[in-house]
Write a protein that binds this ligand. Sequence first.
Ligand code: HAM
Length: 419
Amino acid sequence: MAQSTFSTHVGMVDILPDEVDKWQKLERIIHEEAKKFNFEEIRTPIMEQTELIARGVGQLTDIVSKEMFAFDRGDDHYVLRPECTAPVARAYVEHHLDQRGGSQNLYYIGPMFRAEKPQKGRQRQFHQFGAEIIGAADPAADVDIIAFMMSIYDRVGISNTTLKLNSVGDPESRKAYTQVLKDHFRPHLSEMSEVSQDRFEKNPLRILDSKEEEDQPFVEDAPVITDFLTDETAEHYSRVKELLTELDIPFEEDPYLVRGLDYYTRTAFELVSPDLGAQDALGGGGRYDLLIEEIGGQPTPAVGFAAGIERLFIACEELDIQLAEEEMLDVYIVTLGDEARKWGINHLPKLREAGLSASMDYIGRSMKSQMKDADRENARHVIIVGSHELEAGKFVLRNMKESEEEAFTFDEILERLTS
Ligand code: HAM
């Protein structure tokens, strides 16, 4: 086989025709669940202003400081979106979506870009589905977002997941907690990883997310944020837990759960799966009551989630879940000779107009190769057309599954296939 001169960039993959069925099936499930939960789709551009992402996601996060695909054109600074919450928030402010009244329940499906080191479950172009409820402060909105996310995994059949839950507080709770956390880590800093030493000054909460072995003893006995929540935030967290329990959505509290994006306040959650290996988060999200104001809008509470599509597919593979049924072609026309080919070309549209999927050979292959092709295409029926059939006005209709065949006029064939 000839060597291809070009290839995709590292961490970016082609989705080939054999895989597309499962993508389409999942997208259908997401659209159907969104309808049930009353979410409307929003599609934002793949590129955003660098400043929006830097301000929205947070200058000190790994995403912004290390993983952006960014470039300039004239005076404009572009970035390939690494996530969709800041873009959706931008669209909400830019188009005054608040004026539509009520909270805005929005969802999206699309590619995101992060220049991370690729590994299983981690790509540089990956796909997310996600949703945001903008304009609702009630804990019921947090729970609705979680329920929407879970409903998609339920539909797909991925059930051995754990929903991890925490409250990352509001600025007031966080200020008190950060102080105590720094006091806890300070005496051990020299024994801790370089990453954590760096985070100590910039964002000490992120130390809790450290995967470095030398940090674990100090993370394990660190104080927990839930002991420092203000009354109002503690009340919000309790209500979220009560509602989840009422709705029979199991969760596990994880007081060390901190997310890799800086906009979160109060509720934070992650859905993890034992079937994913090192990159075990299927999805995650939380409340971000300060983001809209941060990017120039009015103070507006909001909550959302996003989930990785490639990771969902990895879980499906591990659990032997077939998302897509095998696609079948209704009819394949096998033709012998030029006149038969003409007949085929003329009759394909008639089959399609009748609602059937239909195909034929365009490269002049032998009858044997055409039959093989029909098999590869999973054809239910084959119509065989040669000079003899053209003369008789009757064509062989072969049922590929039953291996039975009989000659009919074209009209009879149409009737049989559509009845
Ligand atoms: P996130 O946790 O950064 O959150 O990403 C959500 C999910 O996207 C992850 O749990 C994972 O499944 C998938 N994901 C992230 N990075 C990669 C990657 N490099 N390769 C493959 N999959 C990946 C957010 O993006 C927030 N915007 C979620 C949110 C919405 N919060 C509020 N609203």
